[in-house]
Design a protein around this ligand. Structure first.
Ligand SMILES: Nc1nc2c(ncn2[C@@H]2O[C@H](COP(=O)(O)OP(=O)(O)OP(=O)(O)O)[C@@H](O)[C@H]2O)c(=O)[nH]1
Ligand SMILES: [Zn+2]
Length: 217
């Protein structure tokens, strides 16, 4: 049986950003050697209906603004949303590349440039389509005293996983991506093969964009 998860909050520091000030708290745990993070606005302890984003690290999207995916935009939308509410948490999980790491994600990108979609590229490299789980995220939310969440996500598996770990998700807040020629096929795959909850209009737009650009997602 798996060892019980032990989580330690090591340090928190003030981070002023373009959308105001946050506290950034760093956690260690006994399951992996990653420094998982919580970016916190306001007093969330004991609160219900807290806006929460569980974000998986994407160096290319989050730092470089890559348009292969919608990660960078999702992170910034979540920060803006939480700033407007003046309350909320972004749990930043260091599970780069849906858990396969940056090296393998870059290999997967090369396979995608040869015509595979994001799911088949992972499978071709010997990885599951999604290697993530959210035990550390749930433990961080419990550590912060968050009682129920309004989750910023399009991923139904993330909601189910969190709920199975005792986090009450009272609402889903959709994240609507900007569609570019470089991410249209990728978004379509997320809708069709990963059950992501993107609106019908987005689906239609993705269709017309990918047809216009001759892509076949
Ligand atoms: N292996 C792999 N990982 C990717 C690819 N594109 C983005 N990622 C990673 O996918 C993770 C984000 O997952 P997404 O599928 O974009 O979104 P999600 O977290 O499942 O769902 P949302 O909450 O709606 O954002 C990050 O860790 C990215 O590094 C890809 O083509 N291949
Ligand atoms: Zn990304």
């Amino acid at each position: 049986m798996e060892e019980p998860l032990i989580l330690n909050q090591i340090v928190c520091a003030r981070v002023p950003t373009a959308v105001g000030e946050f506290q950034l708290c760093l956690y260690t745990n006994n399951r992996d050697d990653k420094e998982h993070l919580a970016l916190i606005r306001g007093d969330v302890f004991g609160k219900e209906n807290v806006p929460v984003r569980i974000h998986s690290e994407c160096f290319t999207g989050d730092v470089l603004g890559s348009r292969r995916c919608d990660c960078g935009e999702q992170l910034h939308h979540a920060m803006e949303y939480i700033a407007l509410e003046d309350c909320g948490v972004i749990v930043y999980l260091r599970q780069e590349g849906r858990g396969i790491g940056l090296m393998e994600k870059l290999r997967a990108y090369n396979l995608q440039d040869q015509g595979m979609d994001t799911v088949d590229a992972n499978l071709a490299l010997g990885h599951p389509e999604d290697q993530r789980e959210y035990s550390v995220a749930a433990a961080i939310l419990k550590d912060l005293g968050v009682r129920s969440v309004r989750l910023l996500t399009n991923n139904p598996d993330k909601i189910a996983d969190l709920e199975s770990r005792g986090i009450r998700v009272v609402e889903r807040i959709p994240l609507i991506p900007t569609i570019y020629p470089d991410n249209a096929a990728y978004l379509m795959t997320k809708i069709k093969r990963m059950n992501h909850l993107l609106d019908a209009e987005v689906l239609q737009f993705v269709h017309s964009e990918s047809n216009r650009n001759g892509n076949h997602p």
